[in-house]
Design a protein around this ligand. Structure first.
Ligand SMILES: Nc1ncnc2c1ncn2[C@@H]1O[C@H](COP(=O)(O)OP(=O)(O)OP(=O)(O)O)[C@@H](O)[C@H]1O
Ligand SMILES: Nc1ncnc2c1ncn2[C@@H]1O[C@H](COP(=O)(O)OP(=O)(O)OP(=O)(O)O)[C@@H](O)[C@H]1O
Ligand SMILES: [Mg+2]
Ligand SMILES: [Mg+2]
Lengths: 168, 151, 151, 168
C-alpha cells in the first residue's frame, strides 16, 4: 500500500488542519530544526495504532494534542487521517479488492478516543491488525525513526530479533 | 513459525551481505544466530568487515559505518518483503559525501518498487527527491506546509 | 562541598539561560534541582521553551533542538570553568543551516579563550577553522594524516 | 592547558607513528567515514587515564592495539603521547610552574602497561589525578564525544548531576 495523503489537525505542532499529498517515488520533507518534520512521522505511527506514548517522545498520549503556543491557545482534540492507495500489494487481506482506504484516529483531551476505517467506527485493535505484517508498525522496518539506526547496532541480539520476526 | 523465521532469516541474510558489499564497495558482513540450535529464541548478531579492515567487534566501527550497516540491514528486510512504503527520518545524518552518493543511488533504485518518504537536512539527498515538501514554523509554534516543489 | 556544588550550579545556570536564549534567538530555559532540599544528592532537570512555543516536556523537542540545548549546557560549564581545551566530535550533525551559523559564531568567540578541536563533516563548520587536519584511510585499514591546511 | 601535539603509534587504526600538531584557536579534523577521526578522541581519553574500555567503544583494553588490516599484521603495542603547553591556566598544581609537559601511555598485548609523565615512569593513578578538575576526564565537559549530546538529554537527572559535580 502507498500513502496518498496525510491530514493532520491538532496533532502536536500541526494546530491547523494541514494536508500533505504524496506520490509514488521519492518525497523529501525539509525545513529547519523544530519545524515539525518528525512530528509527521509520529502522526503516521500514531494513526496506524501506536499504543506507547514514549515511542512518540511523549510522556502520556495527551501530549500529542496541540498544547498551545504564544500565538494560539491549546486545542482539545488531535486528529490524523491517512489515505492509502492499493498498489497491488495490499496486506490487509479484507481490503485486497479496494483501490483506496482511509484510517482516522482522534484523541480528545477528556481522554476519549475515536478510531475509523473508511469513516466507520472501529477499535484501535482493528486498525493495528490492518497493518500487521506490513512492517509499518512500531518496531517495524518500514518506518526508520531518527534513533532507530543507533538502536539497531547497540541493541541486544534478542531485541534485534524482533525486527526479523516482524518480517517473517 | 520456527520454519518461517529461519526462511526469512536466510533470505534477509543473503540480501544483507549483498547490500553491505555494495554500500561499502567491498568487504563482507553477515547476520548470524547467537544460538543456532535454538532458532525460535536465538538473538541476531551482526558481524561486519569493511574493505581492507580486519574483522572486529562491531562496536569499534565508526559512527558512519554503523549507520550504513543498520541501513543495509533494514533495507534488506524491506527488499525481501517487497515493502511498498518506507519512511526515513534523517538517517543520512552521519554519512560523508561518498556514502551519501551510494545511499542516494540506492534510494533511486528502491523508488521503482517503493514509495519513499524522506526527512533530511542534506542538500544532495534532497536532489534525488521527485517532490519537496517544505515545513515551516517561524516563531508561531504552529507547523505549516509552505511549499511543494516538483523536481 | 555542598556549598561549592550549589555555587557552581548557580553560575552554570545563569550562563546556560543566557546561552540558550542566544542560540535559540529568544525563548527561555533553566536547569533546576529535582530536590531543592537535598542539593548534595539531587538530580538536575532541564526545562526549555524555544521562542514562540509553550513550555513542555523536553522530550517532545526535536533532534536539533535537543542538540542545541545540550551544547548550551556543556559550553556553559566550559565558560564558567574557563576551560582551555574543548574537543567536539560531530556535535553539529543534527543542526540546520541557521543553527550551524549560530553554532559557528559561538565557536569563534570561544576560541579567543579556548583551544577548540572539532571533528566535523560540515563544510560551513570547517570554514571557521584556522587549521584543517585531513585524515585518510582508503582501503589500507591504516589511518594517515594527509594534509594540514591553514585557512 | 592546551594541547601542542598528539603522537599515536599502534593505537587503533593509527598503525604507523603519526604526529598531529595543534595550535591555539580552532582546529578541524576531517575525513571520510571510518578513517580514524573519533579514534583520535579515544586516544586522548585513553592517554589521560581512561579505565573503562567501553568508553572507547572497546570490549577489553587490548582492543585499542592495532589489530591488523589486509595490508599489515597486528602490532603488539599501542602508545599515545600528549604534549601540553601551559597557557597560564594549568590545573595540575604540581606543574603550575612549567611551560610544557607530556603524558605517555603504553599497552602491550601481553597485558603490561607503562605510564610516563615527562618521560618518568608513574602510575595510571598519577596521570588521572593530573587531569582532575580540568573537565577532560571521562564524563567531563571538555571532551564532547559523538554520543554525549543525546545522552545528556535522555539521561537520568542523577546522571546529569555528575557533569556539574565534575565542574564544582
Ligand atoms: N503537543 C504539542 N503541541 C505543540 N507543539 C508541540 C507538541 N508536541 C511537540 N511540539 C513541538 O514540535 C516541535 C518538534 O517538532 P519535530 O520533532 O517534528 O521537529 P523536526 O522538524 O523533526 O526538527 P529536527 O530537524 O530538529 O529533527 C518541538 O519544538 C515541540 O515543541
Ligand atoms: N584496534 C584496531 N585496529 C585496527 N583498526 C581499528 C582498531 N580499532 C578501531 N579500528 C578501526 O577504526 C575505524 C573507526 O574509526 P573512527 O571511529 O575514528 O572513524 P571516524 O573517522 O570517526 O568516522 P565517522 O565519520 O564515521 O565517525 C573502524 O573502521 C575500525 O575498524
Ligand atoms: Mg526531527
Ligand atoms: Mg566518528
Amino acid at each position: 500500500m502507498i500513502i496518498d495523503k496525510i491530514e493532520l489537525s491538532g496533532f502536536k505542532s500541526f494546530a491547523e488542519k494541514t494536508l500533505l499529498q504524496f506520490h509514488k517515488g521519492i518525497t523529501a520533507i525539509v525545513g529547519p530544526n523544530g519545524c515539525g518534520k518528525s512530528n509527521i512521522v509520529d502522526a503516521v505511527l500514531w494513526c496506524i495504532g501506536a499504543r506507547n506514548a514514549r515511542n512518540l517522545r511523549a510522556r502520556v498520549m495527551e501530549d500529542v494534542i496541540f498544547s498551545g503556543s504564544e500565538e494560539k491557545r491549546p486545542l482539545s482534540m488531535a486528529e490524523v487521517t491517512l489515505f492509502f492507495l492499493n498498489d497491488g500489494k495490499l496486506f490487509p487481506t479484507n481490503l485486497k479488492e479496494v483501490e483506496e482506504f482511509s484510517v482516522t484516529r482522534r484523541l480528545y483531551r477528556s481522554g476519549e478516543s475515536e478510531f475509523l476505517i473508511n469513516n466507520s467506527p472501529c477499535r484501535l485493535k482493528d486498525i493495528a491488525e490492518l497493518f500487521m505484517g506490513t512492517g509499518l508498525g512500531e518496531g517495524g522496518y518500514g518506518i526508520i525513526e531518527q534513533d532507530k539506526v543507533n538502536w539497531l547496532i547497540s541493541a541486544h541480539p534478542r531485541e534485534r530479533r524482533t525486527l526479523i520476526e516482524e518480517a517473517a | 513459525t520456527s520454519q518461517r523465521f529461519v526462511e526469512t532469516y536466510k533470505k534477509v541474510r543473503e540480501s544483507f551481505k549483498e547490500l553491505f558489499s555494495r554500500l561499502f564497495d567491498g568487504g563482507k558482513a553477515d547476520i548470524i544466530l547467537s544460538d543456532e540450535n535454538d532458532p525460535l529464541n536465538s538473538g541476531i548478531e551482526i558481524i561486519a568487515q569493511p574493505p581492507g579492515k580486519k574483522l572486529q567487534n562491531i562496536n569499534l566501527l565508526s559512527g558512519g559505518e554503523k549507520a550504513l550497516i543498520a541501513i543495509s540491514l533494514i533495507v534488506s528486510l524491506f527488499i525481501i518483503k517487497k515493502g511498498s512504503l518506507c519512511i526515513m527520518d534523517e538517517i543520512d545524518a552521519p554519512l560523508d559525501d561518498l556514502n551519501i552518493t551510494r545511499f542516494t543511488q540506492l534510494l533511486k533504485e528502491l523508488s521503482n518498487m517503493t514509495q519513499i518518504i524522506l526527512i533530511t537536512h542534506n542538500k544532495r539527498t534532497m536532489e534525488v527527491a521527485d517532490i519537496l515538501h517544505g515545513i515551516t514554523m517561524e516563531k508561531s509554534g504552529i507547523s505549516k506546509l509552505v511549499s511543494v516543489k516538483l523536481s
